[in-house]
Design a protein. Structure first.
Length: 376
């Protein structure tokens, strides 16, 4: 039998899009092992080629008209992916970053990580762009042969907001990274100038509205200045759009905005953290919550279904839309940390989410769709 070919749409890969890029970096090398008879090819934009080549298990083709901006990524996905898949004789297109082609053609699997643009539409200035992206996601999901997503909460949102039948959606939980302790965390964190002798709260994410970092800042501001922890909010390009809010709330001495941090610095931050806080209003999965629990870092998360799904009984929860209540929950979590047995239980819970398991389930879905495509 001739080798089967899967074209992976990585047009949106730039190296700075967080969890969706972790997803493909972790899964693709594993999928190549699990599906040895499949030939994988990647389609990237200019900004992603060199980064994709470091992990991709096959040929990487660059669509030069696609840059780092979402507009050209969308144009490439709509107008380029299907055409190139046909030209190259692909048996399947996998779009792992929320959307791909929007018309039926070559059999397709799309991973929709969330329907956040429908759940949290953002402010007036953001709604036009988000409306276009939401439409692309809806059309891509509705015309795909199979939709993968990363949590049951996300599956329910996709069904409600994107109009995809439940029997066409498969839930494959994300994995989490193994802890990689660093030896000299102090040197790695020296550029951040953490004030000594204060508890450290860590939070990580982009600055999209659903991350609710404004809610976290409001919660911190509700605490008496003398009892505030030092809070590191990583994950943004500099200058950080949160900086003005930090100043407005008088938190300059309490909040550190380091921008993007290296993998080693992030590990050092986990080692230094007394508490990880996730104030998100909605997530597809909430990967940093699981990563923190695997590293014995206590977690306080917003009380929403998806974060309860991934945090289970291992995390604490409070309403992150109520600044006073969330601030009080932060203070309580810092003054009454879990004991050794609770931390071990949290590690055990989080260790259930592995990239090996995610890869096996994803491989089965791709293989099933390939077989269906041959019959089609």
């Amino acid at each position: 039998m001739a080798a089967r070919r899967i074209l992976v749409d990585l047009l949106g890969f730039t190296g700075s899009r967080g969890g969706t890029e972790t997803y493909v970096r972790e899964l693709l090398p594993r999928l190549a092992v699990l599906l040895p008879e499949v030939r994988f090819a990647a389609l990237t934009g200019r900004a992603g080629t060199e980064r994709v080549e470091t992990f991709f298990p096959g040929r990487v083709r660059t669509l030069r008209v696609v840059g780092a901006d979402p507009a050209t990524w969308a144009l490439g996905a709509v107008a380029g992916t299907e055409l190139i898949a046909r030209r190259e004789g692909a048996d399947l297109v996998w779009a792992p970053a929320n959307f791909g082609p929007v018309f039926r053609g070559v059999p397709r699997v799309v991973t929709v990580h969330d329907a956040i643009y429908d759940e949290v539409p953002g402010g007036l200035a953001q709604r036009a762009q988000r409306g276009v992206t939401s439409w692309l996601m809806r059309r891509s999901a509705q015309t795909a042969d199979r939709v993968l997503t990363v949590s049951h909460a996300a599956a329910d949102s996709i069904r409600r907001n994107l109009g995809v039948d439940e029997d066409r959606i498969a839930v494959v939980h994300n994995g989490s990274a193994d802890p990689r302790p660093v030896d000299d965390s102090a040197a790695l964190l020296e550029p951040l100038a953490l004030p000594p002798g204060r508890p450290v709260v860590l939070s990580v994410g982009n600055r999209m509205p659903h991350k609710n970092f404004s809610g976290l800042l409001a919660a911190l501001a509700s605490l008496p200045p003398a009892s505030r922890p030092v809070t590191v909010i990583a994950g943004s390009r500099l200058p950080d759009p949160l900086a003005d809010d930090v100043v407005r709330r008088g938190l300059e001495g309490d909040v550190i905005l380091p921008g993007w941090v290296s993998d080693a610095q992030l590990e050092a931050l986990f080692q230094a953290a007394d508490l990880y806080v996730c104030p998100s209003l909605v997530e597809g999965f909430g990967l940093p919550v699981v990563d923190a629990l695997r590293r014995s870092v206590p977690v306080l998360a917003n009380d929403v279904p998806v974060l309860r799904e991934v945090g289970g009984d291992a995390a604490r929860y409070a309403d992150a839309t109520d600044a006073t209540a969330f601030g009080a929950a932060i203070a309580a979590a810092l003054t009454s940390p879990p004991d050794a047995a609770a931390r071990e239980a949290a590690r055990a819970w989080a260790s259930r989410f592995t990239w090996d398991d995610a890869a096996e389930a994803t491989a089965a879905e791709l293989d099933r769709t390939l077989a269906f495509g041959r019959r089609r």
